[in-house]
Design a protein around this ligand. Structure first.
Ligand SMILES: [Zn+2]
Length: 276
């Protein structure tokens, strides 16, 4: 929360045109001034709200099939996948994204939410949104245990944010096929970032929804949190490298629409270098 406040104050700091060249010390010296001018914050808030309203909640990234949203601040990227029979949301941002998630669930008629793993920045929005809009949640067995019992240290090791228990309606596991109609997602268990992390692979379209296992541009998920394992992550990246991936839709940072396999191969090479 403190960090959020800091970011908000920093935004305000930039708004009032104090030189951005100032040192951090200089900025902190202005903190009191910023508190004094807090009366202009509502104006800034109103303008931010107007900006948000102009922005579509989800951006279409594959014609009529895949939309991407959230992804700013602490929120992970969320993906909406629309088949002919079912529409699923992959991940849901933090608790701060609850209203956006509710809007997505109702606007797109989402039939299930699939969680790639149980960290707050992926599950918080769903945990709260389903209190008012009932949509089944699917996750792996290992993550289900953490979410149903609300293992706060696991879900949010940094701030210990509390969320309502998430009942997992379907435990998905390696090899399960999620048939959405014209789109079939294969569940790949990819431990490393967490032991129960999964990816979703669409073989005919060569899409990979990779959660925090692998990101574009040679990056990959951290392995120092609860149940993380560097050797397992390397094995998972090796395994993903064997799949033909055109579009890579990761849990953070940018998605790539073509040449996903090249990004994964680079991540695998980097992980082998950096994680040992
Ligand atoms: Zn994570």
């Amino acid at each position: 929360m403190l960090l959020l406040l800091f970011v908000k104050v920093l935004e305000q700091h930039q708004k009032i045109h104090i030189s951005q060249q100032e040192s951090l010390e200089g900025f902190l010296n202005h903190f009191i001034d910023l508190v004094v001018i807090a009366n202009i914050l509502p104006i800034a808030r109103a303008s931010a709200t107007q900006q948000r309203e102009r922005m579509p909640t989800m951006k279409e990234v594959v014609n009529g099939r895949v939309w991407q949203g959230l992804g700013s601040g602490y929120d992970c990227n969320a993906f909406l996948i629309k088949g002919d029979q079912q529409t699923i949301l992959v991940d849901s941002g933090t608790h701060s994204a609850t209203e956006k998630v509710k809007e997505i669930l109702s606007k797109f008629g989402v039939t299930a939410i699939v969680l790639t793993h149980g960290h707050l920045d992926h599950v918080g929005g769903a945990a709260h949104a389903i209190q008012t809009i009932r949509v089944p949640i699917w996750a792996s067995q290992r993550e289900a245990e953490k979410l149903e019992t609300v293992d706060t240290n696991y879900i949010d090791p940094f701030f210990g944010t509390n969320i309502p228990p998430i009942e997992i309606g379907r435990r998905i596991e390696e090899g399960n096929l999620l048939d959405l109609g014209e789109i079939t997602l294969k569940v790949l268990e990819t431990p490393g970032h967490t032991s129960g992390s999964i990816c979703l692979y669409e073989p005919s379209k060569q899409w990979l929804f990779s959660g925090d296992t692998v990101f574009a541009d040679g990056s990959f998920g951290r392995t120092d949190l609860s149940t993380g394992s560097s050797s397992q992550l390397i094995d998972s990246l090796n395994r993903l490298s064997a799949h033909s991936v055109d579009s890579l839709f990761p849990g953070h940072m940018r998605s790539v629409i073509t040449n996903g396999s090249k990004h994964i191969a680079k991540s695998y090479q980097n992980a082998k270098m950096w994680l040992f």
